[in-house]
Design a protein around this ligand. Structure first.
Ligand SMILES: Nc1ncnc2c1ncn2[C@@H]1O[C@H](COP(=O)(O)OP(=O)(O)O)[C@@H](O)[C@H]1O
Ligand SMILES: [Mg+2]
Length: 406
């Protein structure tokens, strides 16, 4: 399951509280909230008052009547059949006898996930699409790709809410691409995960004049709080909340695998692995592909992108694809002058050079990401053979250009 589940612990003894904390620690998708109370979460874990069980049950009954979607896990030392019957009657679906056995607890969580998934109207109001960008190396164009695809999509689909997330926690430069002041962001957001919600996320977003929103890394200058630890699950929870706020979320994961970027890659519905055709980049891309395959990623989930492609590279490309055991999905035309002048001016390509071939390539890919097949010359052009041909991957943007302007 993707998404996270908030938990409230209603325990009479510290030992039971600790037991729940330990059991939940290995489940990244579950977040124990420290404030807000039992009515603000998805699941309440409650310890039965053994001397006066009616009291616990009455309070849970009141809670469930007001919050019918709430799930309650009840734990107790003895299994009195009357108490159990009453518990199930008021809507408690799980009872965990103490001491709680990990296997039983995990099974209860797994049933819970199934129930939550099948519930209508789940928490993702928009159910936005998350695309994570991972660079094989630094300096090969990963940020350029994430920024310009997001911006092109924003330009093509004015009605769609689009956000960018900068997970380059030590080396962040997305604000430069958009001429935005470096400011607060992810690091500030995840300092207290229990506060995480759409309002808090919204308050930390930087806004470009195009209405593209950016969640910065939250690293300001060299004296930024680089040493501060990021809690586990931080990226997962952030993206889960953002998914309910935006139609498309583009995550720049930089070129390193760390817990945050791993979570983003895991959570994303699509991973864009960016490489060039230089040998070190190809080698590293192959390693990343292997990591993702070992982690059980679907082949369809990962799109390999070769940046700075030129037609003289055709043979190299073929060798790279053999090594990857996978076709390269997109070939981004090489235009260093255009890409770097756009970056230096802090203007995305659609603003900087709307008619340039490179910009047209971006617009075509953005249209295809938006599911807009009718304007995608590559896909409209014919069968699957043509779709994966070198010509269509590379020059798709150019064939599309006339339509984009018309
Ligand atoms: N299609 C392209 N053709 C030529 N140069 C490019 C292209 N895309 C990006 N670049 C340049 O590559 C350099 C690194 O880009 P950047 O996006 O910052 O890389 P990364 O995020 O991988 O470190 C920049 O100077 C950028 O202008
Ligand atoms: Mg970068």
């Amino acid at each position: 399951m993707s998404g996270f589940v908030t938990v409230w612990l209603e325990c009479r003894s510290d030992s039971v509280r600790r037991m729940f904390e330990e059991l939940l620690a290995s489940h990244r998708a579950f977040l124990i909230k420290q404030s807000g109370g039992p009515a603000t979460v998805d699941v309440v874990c409650v310890e039965l008052d053994e001397i006066n069980p009616e009291r616990t049950l009455a309070s849970m009954k009141g809670l469930l009547e007001k919050n019918p979607a709430l799930e309650v896990f009840l734990t107790g030392g003895r299994t009195d059949s009357q108490v159990m019957l009453e518990a199930f009657r008021i809507g408690i679906k799980e009872f965990l006898p103490q001491p709680i056995n990990r296997k039983e607890f995990d099974a209860a969580l797994s049933r819970l996930k199934d129930r939550l998934m099948s519930k209508a109207g789940n928490r993702s109001a928009k159910g936005g699409k998350i695309i994570a960008f991972l660079g094989a190396k630094g300096g090969i164009g990963t940020s350029t790709l994430a920024v310009n695809l997001a911006m092109s999509l924003r330009q093509l689909k004015q009605a769609k809410q689009v956000a960018l997330v900068d997970l380059n926690l030590d080396d962040s430069d997305l604000p430069l691409f958009l001429d935005l002041q470096p400011g607060k962001g992810f690091r500030d957001l995840v300092r207290d995960l229990s506060r995480m919600d759409a309002t808090f996320v919204q308050s930390l977003m930087s806004k470009h004049e195009s209405d593209l929103h950016l969640l910065q890394s939250g690293l300001t200058g060299t004296e930024g709080p680089t040493g501060e630890a990021i809690p586990g699950g931080a990226a997962l929870h952030t993206l889960d909340v953002m998914r309910s706020m935006y139609d498309h979320v583009f995550v720049d994961c930089g070129h390193t695998l760390n817990p945050e970027t791993r979570e983003a890659l895991d959570f994303a519905s699509m991973v864009v692995l960016v490489t060039t055709l230089s040998l070190p980049a190809i080698r590293r891309a192959k390693q990343f592909l292997q990591v993702m395959r070992n982690a059980g990623f679907d082949r369809d989930k990962v799109t390999i992108v070769v940046n700075r492609y030129q037609s003289s590279d055709a043979e190299l490309l073929q060798h790279a694809e053999e090594l990857f055991e996978q076709k390269v999905g997109w070939l981004v035309p090489n235009d260093y002058q255009m890409a770097s002048s756009s970056l230096n001016k802090g203007e995305p390509l659609t603003v900087h050079a709307p008619r340039a071939a490179l910009t047209q390539w971006y617009l075509a890919q953005a249209a295809s990401l938006a599911g807009d097949k009718s304007v995608n010359a590559v896909e409209a052009g014919g069968g699957s053979e043509q779709k994966s041909s070198l010509f269509s991957r590379y020059w798709g943007g150019l064939t599309f250009s006339a339509k984009a302007r018309g």
